[in-house]
Design a protein around this ligand. Structure first.
Ligand SMILES: Nc1ncnc2c1ncn2[C@@H]1O[C@H](COP(=O)(O)OP(=O)(O)OP(=O)(O)O)[C@@H](O)[C@H]1O
Ligand SMILES: [Mg+2]
Length: 164
């Protein structure tokens, strides 16, 4: 996964992202992955991209779960407060109808580190799986944290149909 430069939840620079939907900041709590999945499902139905829902939900779940995990103390399981506040994340979707960008902003500077999990490993598969099912996966540092992005493509984008 490569780091890139860019802005977080403003519309990323691509020829056009006519469709976008960014949730307001939400607490990095165990409820967040479900919220992100529901938002993705409803939004992709509205956008007429139902074929991307299954993979999109998986990726959204993995990326948001990683933030939730990072936002909790591994020993006590308690939230890691930042300047006395519960950490938040932002979940955004952008599309030009052939490509879907799933964007997850968090307040932690440390990068996602994809692992090569073996059969015995109990964890370390999330990013590997997200990388396999997305067309590309990257992250970039931003003021106050970072953004992890996954790009999914529709069948028509893969075959070139409908593209000029
Ligand atoms: N948003 C993030 N902020 C900080 N570190 C992250 C973030 N996402 C991932 N990481 C780091 O990258 C590692 C690999 O993430 P990955 O999702 O592949 O595995 P995992 O979360 O450890 O396990 P699994 O997803 O299989 O339950 C994590 O263990 C964590 O150290
Ligand atoms: Mg994970």
């Amino acid at each position: 996964m490569s780091a890139m430069t860019g802005s977080p939840m403003t519309r990323p620079s691509r020829p056009s992202w006519p469709l976008f939907s960014v949730l307001p900041p939400m607490g990095a709590l165990a409820t967040a992955p479900r919220m992100a999945r529901m938002h993705l499902r409803n939004t992709l139905r509205q956008w007429g991209l139902p074929e991307l829902i299954e993979d999109g939900e998986l990726i959204a779940s993995e990326l948001v779960t990683n933030v939730v995990r990072r936002a909790h103390d591994p020993v006590t399981g308690m939230p890691v407060y930042l300047s006395g506040r519960l950490p938040v994340l932002r979940f955004g979707l952008f599309s030009d109808r052939t490509v879907l960008l799933i964007s997850v902003w968090d307040q932690f500077a440390d990068p996602p580190v994809p692992k090569i999990a073996t059969a015995d490993d109990e964890s370390g598969r999330g990013l590997m799986m997200a990388g396999r099912i997305s067309a590309s996966l990257d992250w970039h540092p931003v003021q106050g944290g970072k953004v992890v992005r996954a790009f999914l493509t529709t069948d028509s984008a893969r075959t070139g149909e409908g593209m000029c």
